[in-house]
Design a protein around this ligand. Sequence first.
Ligand SMILES: [Fe+2]
Length: 345
Amino acid sequence: MIFRQLFDQVSSTYSYLLASRPGGEALIIDPVLEKVDRYLHLVKELDLTLVKAVDTHLHADHITGLGALRDHTHCITVMGEQTKADVISMRLADGDKLTIEGLALDVIYTPGHTDDSYSFILPDRVFTGDTLLIRGTGRTDFQNGDSRKQYESIFGRLLKLPDATLVYPAHDYKGDTVSTIGEERAYNPRLQVKSVEEYVELMNNLKLANPKMMDVAVPANMKVGLAQEEIARRGWALSAGKAIALLGQPDIALIDLRERSERERHGTIPGSLHVPYPTLQENISAGGMLNELAKSTSKRLLFYCAFGERSAMAVQAAQDAGLASARHIQGGIDAWNKANGPLER
Ligand SMILES: [Fe+2]
């Protein structure tokens, strides 16, 4: 595995770049906007393709690099389903897998620091966000934080992992880089409590000042979505209502860009083809299946995904590949559901 721990000095944030092999797909956890150029450079040097940019939660102390990485690389953005970010490409829930080629991280919901906090687990390590820090825990006094829930996330979930599991947090202010579950259980001062009440009491009396960046970072991190308006302005978007009216017409080819797990959980539009977003480029290039479909038949390609972000990027890519009939469903399955469009499971 390729693994890089990257540091932002201003916010003391750790970001993590992971890939299973040189030349393969990569994902990044908790990227910082100001460091995006550094990440892009490193991804290139390591000969990787960035396919997912993931935030463990909505950050209050720095602006996320998710949107900028998506705009530069056409990777998808990923957060938990509870997040208040306006649009992200893919939302995860407890029990899901966060996958790239050769790697599958277990996704666990660990609320408490915020109500959208998640941790991601590999067999030998866990990325804990701000739920569990090295000799500390994330504050619980804003963004729907809840010290009772955090106690449950830490004691009920994270500390159940094997003692040797490496702990990689989203921040460290003292210069520590990594710990283990066993070490934190034994020596983390916040975890030396006898009951949830004692933990709540401890967290209620921290009296911390708000993060300096909070008033800037939180609103910015809530507006991370791709400007689907630009695709609409070019006439390449259909509302869910218009798309529903086209259902069953022989000249429409509906193309679902989501992952299998998303299709199973949320259902699919009847009669659609499954072309996962990472395989898009080979499919729309000359000789590719969608390229043939669009050019040798009169079918118009109608892309969709979860929230319209992958499909907006797909329309742009298809147009760039000369497939002028390509369109997408603005707002994705989320909008389709709100318009009462039929789904198959
Ligand atoms: Fe945080």
